[in-house]
Design a protein around this ligand. Structure first.
Ligand code: NZQ
Ligand code: ZN
Length: 423
């Protein structure tokens, strides 16, 4: 695990902190320690970003010149074919003299079976490079395909039973067609194991480059645009509300990212095709997951852990699940992190502090988040999301990870209470 962090990530931590290294949301949940102040770090980043108009035309010839001949183009259920993105990308590959191996059908909330199918195909066709063309689901699936294709062991067993993390993988790149998750910027992949009912963070490959061209996202339906942007807000909040609890530079940058996301979601309510707003949101999404906001922080990500298990049992939309969980969870948490919640109310939700107590301000901030969810037309309850089987709530409460960075030590009973309030 530590080698993985040293090789592929930007945290180098003291020996004492090794077991609790937490920059990645996907690592923190494997620790049980609570308050860890991470202060020393080395920062470097492995993902080269090509941002803006016709970014793929710049990225692909340059980046694929270094790659072998056979490129697997991986995508989802067909949106990239309808939008023309698939043809455009394949055109660049053909011009570069590449042979294309097609891998389609990666579903939202990608499954471990799909990972294995992709890895088997990559091995069978001697794939040299994987190009993920899609949203978080396609990119995540490819991060693990890239590792599994280079491994004899089963990666799930290796990571979750033996706590060994891959150090080798096929090289990959990411072409983003749906932004919000920031999946193109990190090496954590959220994969659903249907056999065990777990939706878990698996550590996989970093893309060596990412293409972020807002034109590739313009066909995205409104529901997905908004839920993706809310996911970015969630990542920023969950990082901000981590430990240590005193404000640092990362927090102040996070405040700017959060204000930007809120403002630009509002702009999209006026005009969904506002390109400037979409462009800002695309970069905000990457900013929330490129490690910058996490420097010096042990992240919280408790809402994500609850949502992921909800996803494991219901296959629900990620951003929507978060929109329902966040306000309720924060109502339960905010007294324990009152200073941070009060600051967020003032700096992000722009609520005047006046002569309010920190508790009052914190509460008003949580209410502002709740109101915002309504304002942007996201669901406020699980029933509004279309979830019908209430028995899943206890399963979610019993199986979700409890996170080290959360300001409140939540019991399973309280998580169930929170989930019931979300109903
Ligand atoms: O499958 P296709 O046909 O491509 O349709 C997709 C899919 O149905 C569609 N879509 C994508 N680009 C489109 C488009 N439709 C029209 N035009 C386009 N340009 O959008 C639907 C949703 O796609 P998906 O990739 O599932 O969405 P998202 O980007 O929100 O990814 C969600 C997944 O990412 C994980 C989530 O848990 C979930 O599994 N996450 C990954 C993270 C990470 N690696 O850092 C962090 C997040 O917290 C999150 O957990
Ligand atoms: Zn998320």
């Amino acid at each position: 695990m530590i080698e993985m962090i040293r090789n592929y990530n930007f945290w180098v931590i003291t020996d004492e902190q090794k077991e609790t290294s937490v920059n990645l949301q996907f690592i923190y949940n494997r620790t049980s320690k609570e308050e860890i102040a991470v202060k020393d770090f080395i920062y470097s980043y492995p993902v080269k970003v090509y941002f803006g108009e016709k970014a793929a035309a710049k990225a692909l010839p340059a980046e694929l010149a270094k790659a072998g001949k056979t490129v697997m183009v991986a995508y989802g259920g067909g949106s990239v074919k309808k939008s023309g993105v698939y043809d455009e990308i394949c055109g660049y590959l053909k011009e570069a003299g590449k042979e294309i191996v097609d891998f389609s059908g990666i579903m939202p909330n990608p499954t471990y079976k799909k990972v294995q199918e992709g890895a088997a195909l990559a091995r069978e066709k001697n794939v040299d490079f994987i190009l993920a063309v899609g949203g978080g689901s396609v990119i995540d699936c490819c991060k693990i395909i890239a590792c599994q294709a280079a491994l004899d062991e089963d990666i799930w067993e290796m990571e979750f039973k033996n706590h060994i993390y891959p150090t080798e993988h096929l090289p990959m790149g990411a072409i983003v067609t749906a932004s919000g998750t920031g999946a193109e910027m990190n090496n954590g992949a959220v994969i659903t194991n249907e056999d065990t009912n777990e939706k878990a963070g698996v550590l996989g490959a970093y893309a060596s480059f990412a293409v972020l061209d807002v034109d590739y996202t313009m066909t995205l339906p409104k529901k997905q645009v908004i839920s993706g942007a809310f996911d970015t807000l969630s990542h920023s909040m969950e990082t901000y509300l981590g430990s240590p609890r005193d404000v640092n530079l990362s927090d102040e940058i996070a405040e700017a990212v959060m204000r930007n996301v809120i403002r630009n979601i509002r702009a999209l309510l006026v005009d969904l095709n506002d390109k400037e707003a979409r462009t800002e949101l695309m970069w905000a999404s990457a900013m929330a997951e490129n490690g910058i906001l996490k420097i010096g922080k042990v992240t919280d990500f408790q809402a994500h852990q609850i949502e992921h298990q909800l996803g494991a049992y219901t296959d629900c939309n990620h951003g929507q699940g978060l929109a329902v969980i966040h306000p309720v969870l924060y109502r339960h948490m905010c007294k324990d992190g009152v200073k941070q919640f009060a600051r967020m109310a003032e700096k992000v939700w722009e609520i005047p502090a006046e002569d309010k107590s920190p508790e009052q301000l914190a509460g008003e901030g949580v209410q502002a988040l709740k109101d915002f969810v309504k304002e942007i037309g996201m669901p406020s309850t699980f029933t509004e999301m279309g979830i019908t089987d209430k028995s899943v709530l206890k399963k979610v409460a019993d199986t979700c990870n409890l996170t080290a960075g959360c300001c409140k030590k939540l019991s399973r009973e309280e998580i169930l209470e929170i989930l019931e309030e979300c109903w």
